[in-house]
Every structure is written in structure tokens, then in C-alpha cells.
Design a protein around this ligand. Structure first.
Ligand SMILES: Cc1cc2nc3c(=O)[nH]c(=O)nc-3n(C[C@H](O)[C@H](O)[C@H](O)COP(=O)(O)OP(=O)(O)OC[C@H]3O[C@@H](n4cnc5c(N)ncnc54)[C@H](O)[C@@H]3O)c2cc1C
Length: 383
């Protein structure tokens, strides 16, 4: 028997969960279909840094908008989401990186995002476990962090309270022209379907320009106070940061629980989810160059995940040529940050409302008509 909904959300990662919640808030009869468990894809692998990034003007606007939505939503988040406005410290090791600190400072201030430039002494006081001396840093106090799987679970819970159904352990085998078919033979019809399938998007829509980008993360046991901010190096500005090469960058995060997460790596062309000892070694060496005492802390977990990367490093959000199919994928290393904005843009698009920010830079149609824009600067990548 065929079932009918206003909306089907495919995928219960952080993006699908946010879309489900937003659609439910609009009173749409929605079902979420997830082949595994809630948040078990890239979401489970993510660091959970809610960060404003400025690789491109469109990325800057999207991350800023979404971060403001997270801040507004945060008082309702349960304790296990570990939402913490700890701020980001962008670390400069030399004069070239200090120039980047100043560039970012001016840009952020012009967008009314408060930032502070720290000199060497203030940086050492802010993060005593960093190696000394370092030249300085940019402090962005409004950046936050959260634990992604509890966040996705909470969004799904809220959607369910509003009447959304969820089907777990079932794969969508086709979803187009208002008809969804599941691997158990179930047929569902819906006015719209939101593909929030992360790197799985190309299984259902093989033409999408999405590539997997593997990442590694490390967790230590509990060391409250060892690190106070999300600390990220600006050093990769100088390293030849080719989009096709393996890269590592120092990034450490203090979770509310006291655990530290150490990142991160980026690799294209990998299908195997196994931990790569050589990449792990490079990551840990990089981390101990910046924070020598990190090498004394016992590591409790190491894991990998796959980011869904697009050629222009912007997500695919919005309608497609098929009027029933909407995309919410391709968020690469910023899907946790941008999940709430994505959900708003999808809902505004579905309801034909004016969005709070222009949706055009993220529309899937950009790849149907023109090649990806060339990078004008070396991209900054933290996650
Ligand atoms: C190492 C690492 C660190 C990161 N750190 C950060 C960070 O600090 N901040 C940040 O903002 N982002 C970060 N990211 C990126 C972030 O994790 C992702 O962008 C985000 O989780 C993507 O969410 P999603 O819901 O789109 O995808 P996913 O979480 O992958 O969810 C997609 C879901 O769709 C399901 N699915 C796929 N196909 C089907 C199908 N046919 N039928 C049914 N279900 C299907 C999958 O099972 C999966 O659960 C990081 C990523 C990695 C790998």
C-alpha cells in the first residue's frame, strides 16, 4: 500500500534532522527515512565546531546565519549536546599569518562579528599549553561547539513531538517525481522529498558533483581546562594546500565533558574508512608542534568520516529540475555549522518565502549551467 506525506526527508544526519524539525514546525506531514541510525554518517565523525568561515562571501554569509540560528536555539538544547560558546583562536606562527589575522579581523568587524587580536603574551595567557612564543591570534568569541549526534537526535525528537515519523534501518532506493521507493518494497508518495544524504547523495542522483573527502579525528580522555577555546592553526595558508592532496592541520577542541578532540586531516580518493597510520602520525606530530603537552595525553579513540565535497566548496541547497526533489547535501566540513540555515533555506524555498539570506549561491542549478568558480585564495579549512 502506498503512503502519502507532504515531505520525505532522506537521511537523518544533522542536516536531515534539522530539515525534519523545520518542516514539522511548519506543520508539514513529514517522514524521515534513514538507512542506518540517527547521525551515524559524517555527523558522527564531525568535530562539532560551529564556526564562521570566510573562504568565499557565500560561505561567510551562510555560516554566520546558521551560527546565529544555533545561538538562538541553544538555550533549549539538552546538556548532552554540550553546546559551548568557547570561541575560536586562530593561531598565527609568523608575520604572514598575522596578516591573515588582521584581514579576518577587519572582515569580521565589518560584518558586526566581534573579534580581538591577541599578541604573543595575551595568547600565552589565553592558552598556556600552546608552544611559546607564537606571534599572536585572532579570537572569535562567538564561535561555539557541540556534540553532533546528540544534537541530531534532539532535532529528530523535536520533529517527532510535532508528528514527524521516522523509519530507521531502511534504504531509499529511488526518490524522484513525487515517488519514493524503499528497499523493503514500500512505496511512498510525497509533494516533496529532501535528499539530505551526505556522501550517499550520488547513489540516488549519480550526476551530482559530490566527492568523498576523508577525515581523521582523535579523542583523548578527560582533561578539563587543558584547552579553553577551539584552537586552529592558520599555518596551512602557506603549505601547498591543493584540493587534490592529503593535508593535515592542527585543530583542538575542548568538549564540555573534558575530553579533547584533535584534528584533522583531508584526503580525496579514499573509499576505505580504516584509520591511516601515516596520516594519524602526521596529525599528531602537527598537534604536538603547536601544543607539546598533548603528546602526553592518552588517546582513547581514533576515527574517520567522509565529508561530502562539492567543486566550489559550497553546499547544494534547494530545488532541482524535478519540482518534487530538493537537495540538502554537499556541506563538506561545515555541515554541522550550517545545518540550521540549510533547513531554513529548504523550508523557505518549499513554501516560496523570501529567505533571510540569498539562496542563489547554494542552488544546485549552478552546476547545471556553469563550471565551478575558480578559487581566488588558498582555502582555509579547519574541519
Ligand atoms: C573529521 C570531520 C570533522 C568535521 N568537523 C566539523 C566541524 O567541526 N564543524 C562542522 O560544521 N562540520 C564538520 N564536519 C562536517 C560535518 O560532519 C558534515 O558536513 C555533516 O555531518 C553532514 O551532515 P549530513 O546530515 O549532510 O550528512 P550525514 O551525517 O552523512 O548524514 C547523511 C545520512 O543519510 C543517510 N543516507 C544516505 N543515503 C541514504 C539512502 N539512500 N537511504 C536512506 N538513508 C540514506 C546516511 O546513512 C546518513 O546517516 C566534519 C566532518 C569530518 C569528517
Amino acid at each position: 500500500m502506498s503512503r502519502t506525506y507532504d515531505a520525505v526527508v532522506i537521511g537523518a544526519g544533522i542536516v536531515g534532522a534539522a530539515c525534519a524539525y523545520e518542516l514539522a514546525r511548519e506543520g508539514m506531514r513529514t517522514v524521515v527515512i534513514e538507512r542506518g541510525k540517527i547521525g551515524a554518517g559524517a555527523t558522527a565523525a564531525g568535530m562539532g565546531h560551529i564556526v564562521v568561515m570566510d573562504d568565499s562571501p557565500a560561505q561567510f554569509v551562510l555560516t554566520q546565519y546558521s551560527q546565529s540560528l544555533w545561538h538562538t536555539f541553544s538555550p533549549s538544547l539538552p546538556a548532552n549536546v554540550e553546546y559551548d560558546r568557547c570561541g575560536t583562536l586562530w593561531i598565527a606562527a609568523d608575520e604572514e599569518e598575522m596578516n591573515e589575522v588582521r584581514r579576518k579581523h577587519h572582515l569580521f568587524i565589518s560584518a558586526h562579528i566581534p573579534t580581538d587580536i591577541l599578541d604573543s603574551q595575551s595568547l600565552a595567557e589565553a592558552e598556556p599549553n600552546l608552544r611559546q612564543p607564537l606571534l599572536g591570534a585572532l579570537l572569535v568569541p562567538s564561535d561555539a561547539l557541540l556534540n553532533p549526534v546528540p544534537a541530531a537526535t534532539y532535532l529528530i525528537d523535536r520533529a517527532q513531538q510535532l508528528g514527524t515519523e521516522i523509519i530507521l534501518g531502511t534504504t531509499v532506493v529511488s526518490a524522484a517525481k513525487g515517488a519514493v521507493r524503499l528497499d523493503d518494497g514500500t512505496a511512498i508518495s510525497a509533494a516533496c522529498m529532501v535528499h539530505a544524504t551526505g556522501t550517499g547523495a550520488t547513489s540516488l542522483l549519480p550526476h551530482l558533483p559530490i566527492r568523498k573527502r576523508k577525515g581523521h579525528l582523535v579523542a583523548t580522555n578527560h582533561h578539563p581546562g587543558f584547552v579553553r577555546h577551539q584552537v586552529v592553526e592558520l599555518g596551512y595558508l602557506k603549505s601547498a594546500h591543493s584540493l587534490d592532496n592529503d593535508s593535515v592541520a592542527f585543530n583542538v577542541q575542548p568538549r564540555r565533558s573534558g575530553r579533547l578532540l584533535i584534528g584533522s586531516s583531508r584526503q580525496f580518493g579514499m573509499e576505505d574508512s580504516a584509520v591511516d597510520p601515516s596520516i594519524l602520525d602526521r596529525m599528531l606530530k602537527r598537534a604536538s608542534e603547536y601544543m607539546p603537552a598533548l603528546s602526553n595525553l592518552p588517546i582513547t579513540h581514533v576515527w574517520t568520516g567522509f565529508r561530502a565535497a562539492t567543486p566550489d566548496k559550497l553546499p547544494l541547497i534547494g530545488p532541482t529540475e524535478d519540482p518534487t526533489v530538493f537537495l540538502a547535501t554537499g556541506h563538506e566540513g561545515l555541515g554541522i555549522t550550517t545545518a540550521l540555515a540549510t533547513a531554513r533555506l529548504i523550508t523557505d524555498s518549499l513554501l516560496r518565502r523570501e529567505p533571510a539570506i540569498p539562496i542563489e549561491p547554494y542552488l544546485p542549478a549552478r552546476f547545471a549551467t556553469e563550471p565551478a568558480p575558480a578559487q581566488t585564495r588558498i582555502p582555509q579549512e579547519t574541519q
